[in-house]
Design a binder for this molecule. Sequence first.
Ligand code: NDP
Length: 469
Amino acid sequence: MPAYDSLLASITTDAVSARDVFDPATGELIGRAPLLTSAEADAAVDRAADAQAAWAALGHEERSAVLHRAADAVEAQSEALAQILSREQGKPLNGPNARFEVGACVSWLRVTADTPTPTQVVVDDGSDYAELHYRPIGVVGAITPWNWPMMIAIWQIAPALRMGNTVVAKPSEYTLLSGLALIAVLNEALPSGVLIAAPGDGGIGAGLVANAAVGKIMFTGSTATGKKIIEASAGNVTRLTLELGGNDAGIVLPDVDPEAIAEQLFWGAFINTGQTCAALKRLYVHDDVYEAVCDALVEVASSMPMGIGLDEANVLGPLQNAMQFDVVDRLVEAARRSGARVLLGGDPKRDQPGHFYPATLIADIDPTNDLVVEEQFGPVLPIVRYTDLDEAITLANGLDVGLGASVWSADRDRARDVAARIEAGTVWINSHGGVHPMIPFGGVKQSGYGLEFGVDGLKAASVPQVING
Ligand code: NDP
C-alpha cells in the first residue's frame, strides 16, 4: 500500500463518533476522522498525567534524543504527511506550502531538541548563591488552528516534550486528519502516553482548559477564542501561551525599488493563500512609489498558479473552508462598494467546486475600510496610499492587534528607526513573516502573550524554580 494510503488508513475510522473530511479544492470525501467524547478526552489527560513522571525522569539528553528520533520518523513519512495536509487543508505541495510545512516540523523538532537548557546561575557573589531552574509543568494542552495544522502543533508539542511535560493535543475540527497523522508518526518514536491526540470540536478544547490536571494551555487561534480561554483559565490559574489573530501592517518607504521588493511583498501577504497569522494584511505605500509598487505586485501575483494542491504546478490553493471564503468575499465586496480600485482578482468562480478565491489586490482604499481594519485571512491585499510617514505609522498602530509588521526601505537604519515605533511583537525589514526556531515569536496587544521558540520558548513550556543557597 502506498505510504499515503496506509498512513490515512491508520488514522481514519468507521466508528459512529466521527466526521467526514472533504477536500476543500474538489469537495471529494477524503476520509473519516474519529471524534472523542468529553469523557474520552478527560481519560486522555489522565493517561498523559500517568506517563509524565517517567518521561521527565529520562532527563534532557534522552528526551532530546527521542525528539530527534521523532524528527527522523516525520522525515521518513514526509511525502505522505504532505499529501494528507494538502488534501485536507488545501495548500499545494509546492511553494511555501505542504512540503515546506512538513520540513519545518522536522527543523523545529531538531532545533528544539538541541537548544541548551535555560537553567542559569542568577547570583554568585560570595555571600549569596542562587540558580534558576525550569521544571516540567505536568500535562500541557496544545490547541491548534486549521491554517498550519502540523507546524503550529509542533511549535507547541516540541518545547513541551523537551521540557519534560506530556501533551494532549487538540487539532482544529477543520484539519483533524492532519493533526492525527502527524501525531501518529511522532508516536512511532515517543513512549506511550507522552503525546495523545484529542480530536474534537471547540468543546474538547474548552474541556482541556477546564481540566485541573492540565497545567498549561498553549493556544494558537482567534482572539475571540483566546479571550474565552483566558476567562476559563481563572478556575485553576492555568498557565497560558496565546498566539492570537493579527492584522499585520507593512510600510513601504519612498526609497524602495518596487520591482526588487515585489516578490517578497507578495509572499509576505499570500503565503498559504493568505491564511497565515503573521501575514502582511494591509500595505501602506508612499505616494512616490505607489503606482509602481501596485504594478509590480500585479505582475507577480498574476503569474502565480492557483489550483488543486496535489498538482505540482500550483503554489496557491483554495481557502480551507466555506466560513473563511465568506469572510474574504464579504470584505472584498465592502472594499468594492466603497469605490476602491480592484487591480486584480475579486471575481471568484462560484459555479466551480472548491473554496477558491483568486489572488486579489485592491488599491486606493480608505484606511478605515473593513478590508483594512478587519483580518481577511485570505488571498487579498489592500494597498493604502500615504504621503506622511507619521500618519502611516499611526495607521499601522491604530488597531488593537500587534502580531507582526514590516518596513521596506533601501536604508536599513531608517527602516530600523521606523520599526522601533511600531507596536508589534516582530517587525521585519524588507521581508514579512519569516520565522526561525531560535528567534522568539509572540504578539502584543490583543495578539496574545507569551513567547514561542528558542530558549524563551523552553522557559514558557516549564515552571521556574529558584534554588537559593
Ligand atoms: P479558532 O480560535 O476558532 O480555533 C482555534 C482552536 O481553538 C481550534 O482547535 C478550536 O477548535 C479551538 N477552540 C474553539 N473554541 C474553544 C474554546 N472555547 N476553548 C478552547 N479551545 C477552543 O481559530 P481558527 O481555527 O478559526 O483559526 C483562525 C484564527 O486563528 C485567525 O484569526 C488567525 O489570525 C488566528 N491564528 C493565529 C496565529 C498566531 O500565531 N497568532 C496562527 C494561526 C492562526 P475547533 O476549530 O475544533 O472548534
